[in-house]
Design a protein around this ligand. Sequence first.
Ligand SMILES: *Cc1c(COP(=O)(O)O)cnc(C)c1O
Length: 387
Amino acid sequence: MDLSYILNELGEERSDYFNAVSPPIIQTSNFTFNTVSDFRQALAEEFDALLYSRGQNPTINILRQKLAALDGAEDALVFSSGIAAITVPVLSLLQQGDHAVVVENPYSWTIKLFNNMLPKFGISSTYVDGSDTEQIRKAIQPNTRLIYLESPNTFSYELQDLKAVADMAKPRGILTMIDNSYCGPLYQQPIALGIDLVAQSATKYLGGHSDVVAGVVTGSRELIKKIFNNEFLNIGPALSPHSAWLLIRGLRTLPLRMQRSFETAKVITRWLQDHPAVDQVIWPFMPNFKQSGLAVRQMQGCGSMFSFILKNPSVQKIENFCNKLQHILMAVSWGGHESLIIPAIAGMAKNEYDSTNRRHNLIRMYAGLEDAGYLIKDLEQALDEVV
Ligand SMILES: *Cc1c(COP(=O)(O)O)cnc(C)c1O
């Protein structure tokens, strides 16, 4: 399916709503029926019916069709947050006594899901260095039902070889799921590589304007229907129609925004790498990235988030640098129009800091839609503070 068709037409039956170009926000909780027979049918099979907006809603369904098509998947479910799009499917796939193999250093709330929440249901997990598929294979136990991936992650960017992991998992009957937030559907297509479920925080690139919190999971119709009929309806993480509309609007410009910020990240990472105050820049599309070969083979482009380490780092030096920035904002999240920075030290008590631990020294930057030159000027004046 053409990308332009997906983003501009798919799912939009304009004759249903006065030929309006922009789809309506169907702000309703429930839908009526003319006959008991129709009502009975909808109650019996909510997956195929407009009954109640905790399940299906027309504005949401436009978005679902587009997101499924973008991933090359049969179907999609959207959620009121990215972490709900991870937690709810994982709860659906696993049951008491099951085991999951999880890659190291995933998103922080993903760690809490596997460490704190799943053990309450008797589900265990093992973390592995996913950059080596053999480590994943060795961690498999007789009760392993899920291999959970995040490639790349959003702080240190380790990758997994998605095709190799899928090829290893499939014959063993183990499901694979990935958090694909970093690349998004334009720069990585996990379904085509054999991954079963693809989750994303739609808060990030898909929304793209830092004004909506949402998530999506895509996969086979069978898996999506199972999640919908059970955990999705029972936990109730539905997105609001208004937020769905904002996401449809965000998607119109996804290719433009992705390309722009990818180009900006190329320029800034190169500039930073050459700066005398910078020790190392970590970005999957840099030639010196440790998994650069896999990155360019597996990804069609790169997210615009990268991390870097200052020379002779200290808490004071990192704080001085970040505090001095005038235009690059200090905030969580990413994927919006605005460039952001977050130092690893913001997430720890000062006395936990170990200057020899490279992870502690990481400064993560997200390049948004501003001009590269404008951002470099800001970085330059802040780096002058620390050389
Ligand atoms: C933000 C993020 C999430 C969680 O998404 P929310 O929309 O904030 O709930 C999950 N994974 C990654 C990689 C993220 O960056």
